[in-house]
Design a binder for this molecule. Structure first.
Ligand code: IPM
Ligand code: MN
Length: 329
């Protein structure tokens, strides 16, 4: 049975990198039945559609969603991000955002970012907007259940890995409410995983370690906003954002999970053949893994090893294909 995949190429370089990802996965042997969904900033500019509920319901029928990038400079910030990407993450309850990194020295570690709460929940508002007395608040929503399920997933993942090490990253010295909830939950859940070694870093210190000493990390768990920022940094230290892949997971599989490169739509290079497709290809490998096709996923991952970190899209794609063919012989 083919995997039924909803494809959202999206904006900017999204369609360019997704087309390579689909070609590579198929060349590696993946059986994919894909349906294109025309969604993104471009669609919003055409007819005002972002992600209406009927399309969301349609997406639920697929095994997985593969997304390129969404957002375009012609649409004000937040409209497409909140209306499409965050709506999908929240409504499909994709509470784990898994972002693996492989450093130039071969060390591999993974960040788990809570994906449905925190400042991303959108709590807040304006008072007296546009006046000299304007007030803007932006709250952070942290539920015990939300933190616990994400932390529990992280302990399970850490337990399944060779090193069995899990670091909580937060800012407990300043965020004494949400930090306290996360820290307490982390400690309580850790009692159930005596085989997993734990550590805690404040997020500012973690930024230094990500750059200077990332080999200390095996699995890292953190909240939504810290995870957003930290994973861009992770991408930068692991050879550039053009290599960074991610999975937005609904671990209970009550809805399809969504796979996307960490990078954005990069409107400055759209259509020039300069987008690095590797992050999208590796996101495809994460998708195949989650769908149970780990053999093909591994073939795709191996094919991405040692390909140039930058260059023309077609050259990088050709290097990936060459590795695929070599892997077969
Ligand atoms: C990411 C992106 C998104 C986020 C944006 C596009 C809303 O930066 O996936 O990291 O902030 O989560
Ligand atoms: Mn980000």
């Amino acid at each position: 049975m083919p995997h039924k995949i909803a494809v959202i190429g999206g904006d900017g370089i999204g369609p360019e990198v997704i087309s390579v990802a689909l070609d590579v996965m198929r060349a590696a042997g993946a059986d994919l039945d894909t349906t294109d969904f025309r969604l993104g900033g471009f669609r919003y500019l055409e007819d005002g559609v972002i992600l209406p509920d009927d399309i969301l319901e349609e997406l639920r029928k697929y095994d997985a969603i593969l997304l390129g990038a969404v957002g375009t400079p012609e649409v004000p910030p937040g409209v497409i991000e909140r209306g499409l990407l965050l709506k999908a993450r929240f409504e499909l309850d994709l509470y784990v955002n898994l972002r693996p990194f492989v450093l130039p020295n071969g060390h591999e570690f993974v960040v788990i970012r809570e994906n449905t709460e925190g400042t991303y929940a959108g709590e807040g508002g304006f008072l007296r907007k546009g006046t000299a007395d304007e007030i803007a608040t932006q709250g952070s929503v942290n539920t015990r259940k939300g933190a616990e399920r994400c932390i529990r997933y992280s302990f399970e993942l850490a337990r399944s890995r060779a090193r069995k090490h899990l670091t909580l990253v937060h800012k407990t010295n300043v965020l004494t409410f949400s930090g306290d909830l996360w820290d307490r939950t982390f400690r309580e859940v850790s009692n159930e995983y005596p085989d997993v070694e734990t550590a805690y870093n404040h997020v500012d210190a973690a930024c230094i370690y990500f750059v200077e000493d990332p080999t200390r990390y095996d699995v890292v768990v953190t909240d939504n906003l810290f995870g957003d920022i930290l994973t861009d940094l992770g991408g930068a230290v692991a050879g550039g954002i053009g290599l960074a892949s991610s999975a937005n997971l609904n671990p209970e599989r009550t809805a399809p999970s969504l796979f996307e490169p960490v990078h954005g739509s990069a409107p400055d290079i759209v259509g020039q053949g300069l987008a690095n497709p590797t992050a999208a290809v590796l996101s495809g490998a994460m998708m195949l893994d989650f769908l149970g096709d780990s053999k093909t996923a591994e073939r795709v991952r191996l094919a991405c090893e040692g390909v140039p970190g930058s260059g023309r899209t077609e050259e990088i794609a050709a290097a990936i294909y060459a590795n695929l063919v070599q892997g077969e012989t």
